[in-house]
Design a protein around this ligand. Structure first.
Ligand code: AMP
Length: 312
């Protein structure tokens, strides 16, 4: 079903102007932040946003601030034209696609001048320089950012929290939707919004999976067919743990060991496998309240994350 063509905005000032104009007309705005290379998981967030707001802004921005030098910033997949086609087909449509070239550029380049460089969306720019006149302000959610993905990606969540703050100030949404696929990220943004009194409602949206259970991710494109098959061990082991917990196995050590064995035997390299409290993200030893089982594992050169909530 063809929906409307979204308005493409690349400049911060133009984005803020549009938002303020719409809000002055009594419209509410939902923001769905993404790094592009969209899949059904992203589109499900847009559908969720439609339940809460009149107008939808999808941002497409690969944030250099959340990648460390050794990570996959330069190979992060992008396909702006494919993304636009997908966004046009979402039921209810998308009002604005906000795709800035570089959110850390504070030179006085006019929106118009930047627009020529911006369109196309591809080509990641990293200009996060913590010297001279460079960007030097970071938002940290100090405790929640430390565990899980924060252990092996120490700058990741300060980059996420900072860019989401910037997007919130530029787009000024009423609601922002995040996927539970990135569970720690969702909890960190919720906590940041509470602690810093942002007047924005944060909605968590369920994980979308392929028919065989693999959690959809832009990074899946880098998996070979063989690696993809092996990667199914993650969702299978999470499902197995959930069902074992429901059957009375509440000891996390046993549940984790079994999942680690399944994933390792399939050829995956575990980064972490943790069962944590759903809100505090603190590790638990025995399940007696709602927890989430979070896993990160490498298959070849691809690091995948997945999780499953266990409510018993
Ligand atoms: P990304 O483009 O990977 O930064 O993701 C943008 C947003 O989409 C984040 O809020 C993710 O949690 C969410 N997302 C990514 N994959 C999925 C998925 N399989 N199901 C639901 N949400 C997802």
């Amino acid at each position: 079903m063809a929906a409307k063509d979204p308005l493409v905005i690349t400049g911060k000032d133009e984005m803020r102007k549009w938002s303020r104009q719409m809000r002055s007309q009594g419209k509410t705005i939902g923001l769905v932040p993404t790094m592009g290379y969209l899949h059904q998981g992203h589109l499900s967030l847009i559908q969720q946003a439609h339940k809460h707001c009149h107008l939808i802004v999808v941002s497409i921005y690969v944030n250099p601030g959340q990648f460390s030098p050794s990570e996959d910033l330069s190979t992060y997949p992008s396909d702006f034209h494919g993304d636009m086609l997908k966004l046009k087909s979402v039921p209810g449509g998308v009002d604005v696609v906000f795709c800035p070239k570089n959110l850390y550029d504070y030179s006085n380049g006019s929106d118009e001048k930047q627009k020529n460089e911006n369109l196309g969306g591809g080509g990641v720019v990293s200009c996060v320089e913590e010297k001279g006149n460079g960007h030097e302000t970071w938002v940290r959610v100090e405790r929640l950012e430390k565990g899980l993905c924060g252990k092996s990606r120490p700058v990741f969540f300060r980059g996420v929290a900072t860019i989401v703050t910037k997007l919130f100030h530029i787009v000024e949404p009423d609601v922002a939707v995040f996927g539970k696929k990135d569970y720690q990220q969702w909890r960190i943004i919720q906590r940041m919004v509470r602690d810093l009194d942002f007047a924005i409602e944060i909605v968590g949206s369920e994980i979308m999976r392929d028919g065989d259970g693999l959690a959809l991710s832009s990074r899946n494109v880098h998996l070979s067919a063989e690696e993809r098959e092996k990667a199914l061990s993650i969702s299978r082991s999470l499902l197995k743990a959930k069902s074992a917990a429901k059957d009375g196995q509440v000891k996390c050590r046993e549940l984790k060991d079994s999942a680690i064995l399944t994933i390792t035997q399939a050829g995956g390299r575990i980064d972490y496998a943790e069962i944590v409290d759903q809100e505090s993200l603190e590790a638990v030893e025995e399940i007696s309240s709602p927890v989430v089982f979070c896993v990160a594992a490498w298959f070849g050169k691809v690091r995948l994350i997945d999780n499953m909530e266990i409510n018993i």
